[in-house]
Design a protein around this ligand. Structure first.
Ligand code: SF4
Length: 361
């Protein structure tokens, strides 16, 4: 397939099809992909700004019925180290976040069968009462699917109730790879591909800001990676023009250390730095309607993160005060606010602190 023709199509922001995406992934020289992706990044984000944020990840509970095979974080209810975060712990953690100058809380699962909609409504209201300026980037499509089934309500009803209780934006958690072939092996109890997309479609209708993610480098094929990106792009194309939709796309590689996927099924992470850069560049090229692409410096580290900024990424995410799911599977990178800013400058860009809607603050 003529690569130049595909590059030109991409540079005109014309959606590529799966065959073209796969051809780029398999055949294009990396430096050409980086060049095209960087040009498209500048179409969406003129100038040299690179975003970063101070936020904090707090896990609501580590009890999760889903038991995804790549997750070291989840526990069964009767496990000695099972927990549900207490109000005092939230206050301690949020106070630390405020002391560092942040006001966004990333509140994530697991999916504890004992915690229903009422629990989350009370929690969100209580946190907003204590900290009125707090922004809640919370839960994700699998939790919304779980709550909808538990409460016998539609996704629209669940999201509307959570937004009234204080939900500010919905993370794209639990996407992994949007293919049911993979989900049956990796996370059979979690939202299906269609359910994940449908929750996001509903969130976009409500104009709730969302993010899109991908966890790659396990059992998926290159075709499935491309198909994942195309599903996200097509869903984004459905949203009202003035609605937020997916504000950003964040891919990260599977971390295999101690996971059942590795121990029981022998699946090792296929991560390597050039492939990550290729993925970032391809994502920028295929996702012609998502403005921001975040380099996951927590998982890939400084050097690869800096290269990603020349390959289509325009954001490095947050300093990491606390993160449990990725770090439980082997990620050891830590970044302070100073580290992130000097990394961005070292890569030749201007650090701009932003909020969760990717607006400069
Ligand atoms: S990845 Fe999330 S949904 Fe899956 S088992 Fe872990 S906490 Fe539960």
């Amino acid at each position: 397939m003529a690569l130049e023709k595909i590059y030109n199509k991409a540079l005109e922001l014309i959606p590529l099809n799966e065959k073209e995406g796969v051809a780029l992934y398999k055949e294009a020289p990396l430096e050409e992909l980086m060049f095209v992706a960087d040009k498209i990044r500048h179409i969406h984000n003129p100038g040299n700004n690179v975003g970063w944020i101070i936020d904090r990840n707090v896990n609501i509970t580590n009890i999760c019925f889903s038991q995804c095979t790549f997750c070291n974080f989840c526990r069964k209810k009767d496990s000695p180290d099972a927990y549900i975060t207490t109000t005092d712990q939230y206050i301690e953690k949020i106070s630390e976040l405020y002391a560092l100058g942040g006001d966004q809380l990333l509140l994530q699962g697991g999916m504890n069968p004992d915690l229903g909609l009422g629990y989350y409504v009370d929690l969100f209201k209580k946190l907003k009462e204590f900290y009125p300026s707090l922004k809640l980037h919370a839960l994700g499509p699998p939790e919304i699917v779980f709550l909808a089934k538990r409460e016998k309500k539609s996704f629209l009803e669940i999201l509307t109730i959570l937004v009234s209780a204080g939900l500010d934006s919905l993370p794209g958690a639990g996407a992994e790879i949007l293919s049911d072939r993979i989900r049956i092996i990796m996370s059979p109890a979690k939202a299906t591909t269609e359910e994940w997309l449908d929750v996001m479609r509903t969130a976009h209708r409500l104009n709730l800001p969302t993010s899109a993610t991908m966890m790659y480098g396990h059992i998926e094929t290159l075709e499935e990676r491309i198909s994942h990106l195309i599903k996200l792009r097509d869903l984004q194309a459905e949203k009202e023009e003035d609605h937020y939709g997916f504000i950003t796309f964040i891919p990260w590689p599977f971390q295999d250390e101690g996971t059942r996927l590795r121990e029981k099924h022998g699946v090792r992470s296929s991560y390597n730095s050039p492939d990550y850069i290729r993925l970032i560049a391809i994502s920028r090229i295929i996702l012609n309607n998502i403005r921001n692409i975040q380099a996951s410096v927590l998982t890939v580290g400084k050097e690869t993160g800096m290269l990603a900024l020349h390959s289509g990424a325009n954001d490095v995410g947050s300093i990491m005060i606390e993160e449990n799911v990725v770090s439980a599977a082997g990620s050891r990178n830590r970044f302070s606010a100073e580290d992130l800013q000097s990394m961005i400058m070292e890569a030749g860009f201007i650090p701009v602190r932003r909020n969760q809607k990717y607006e400069p603050v």
